[in-house]
Design a protein. Structure first.
Length: 324
């Protein structure tokens, strides 16, 4: 365990990194959230690194409060983990970029992870993926040298059959034509006064966090919204049966954290995941973060699928024992 003698209390901040495009290899800018004065891309360290992979819309800034809460929980036990929240390729307002699907994002996050691992050769990586970020984390971690991967955690994980969730009823808006129309409507939203956009965000996003409201207000960007919807379209078709060849490589390191009323992750997938992990490890997974992995944990805080809007502190507290 990496420990510190002085509490590490810096706030996470948003910065930009230049990384290779997942389809062309050309450099593109991506937003990442790093801990102030502790940039894992630039500053070498020996402490383990927690890589937070977001769900769609793929904006790292939505996860900064969660990252801060997780760091605080670990500090209380005298444990130091460096944390970085990575964004998706193309999911940035005001920047020209391509359109990328789920498999493209796997390649992209793998490239980011390679950069982090190369810069920190003595540190191990812990992946925390939310929603589709769990799917991406599973695939990325399985492609890395396994002596560099410590844990893989999926929060409200859409790692199989996402199209069977009740929220998938909205999938027609992801189709070409309707997707572009929705993106055009969103661009009109961009011209509204910021104060009015924040009121809309507070009403429909169910959050009063000022940073989250600023983010919601920034979503009136045609390219950004089109990319969000295109990626959602690819999720419906590319996330089907779980890949056992992939899961088998990392199963002993895995923890999956499920909600109790998640419109994207049907409840019947919880016992299915228990069966998957037992198949690969030979023993039933534990149900408690304080017990050894693999784990299948059911949320007891009432957190929704989009937990970062309302339950960052609660979920961070629940999963923190995984990283001790």
């Amino acid at each position: 365990k990496a420990t510190v003698s002085v509490l590490y209390c810096h706030m996470p901040v948003l910065t930009q990194k230049q990384c290779p495009c997942p389809t062309t290899g050309a450099p593109i800018l991506v937003n990442v959230g790093v801990v102030e004065d502790d940039d894992v891309f630039e500053v070498e360290g020996t402490e383990d690194i927690i890589v937070v992979v977001p769900g769609n819309p793929g904006l790292a800034a939505f996860y900064l409060k969660f990252a801060r809460c997780l760091v605080k929980e670990l500090e209380e036990w005298g444990v130091r983990r460096r944390v970085v929240c990575v964004g998706f390729a193309g999911h940035a307002a005001g920047v020209k970029h391509g359109t990328y699907g789920v498999n493209d994002q796997v390649k992209f996050i793998k490239a980011l992870s390679d950069k982090i691992a190369e810069r920190n050769p003595n540190a191990k990586l812990h992946f925390v993926g939310h929603s589709v970020g769990a799917h991406i984390s599973v695939h990325v971690s399985s492609q890395l040298p396994q002596d560099r991967v410590s844990t893989v955690t999926g929060l409200f994980p859409t790692v199989e059959h996402i199209a069977k969730g009740s929220n998938a009823i909205n999938r027609p808006v992801f189709f070409p034509g309707l997707r572009h129309t929705a993106a055009a409507v969103a661009s009109i939203f961009g011209f509204l006064p910021v104060s009015f956009k924040k009121i809309i965000g507070k009403t429909f996003a169910n959050t009063s966090d000022p940073n989250h409201l600023e983010l919601v207000a920034s979503l009136g960007d045609y390219r950004l919204v089109n990319n969000i919807l295109y990626m959602a379209h690819t999720e419906m078709y590319e996330i089907q049966d779980i890949c056992h060849d992939t899961l088998g490589k990392i199963a002993p390191k895995c923890s999956f954290y499920y909600g109790t009323s998640d419109g994207w992750v049907p409840q019947h997938l919880i016992p299915e995941m228990r069966k998957h992990l037992e198949r690969h490890t030979g023993a039933p997974p534990s149900a408690c973060p304080k017990e050894s992995s693999p784990r299948v944990i059911v949320d007891a805080t009432g957190a929704p699928h989009a937990f970062v809007l309302t339950h960052s502190e609660q979920v961070a507290k629940e999963i923190a024992p995984i990283f001790k």
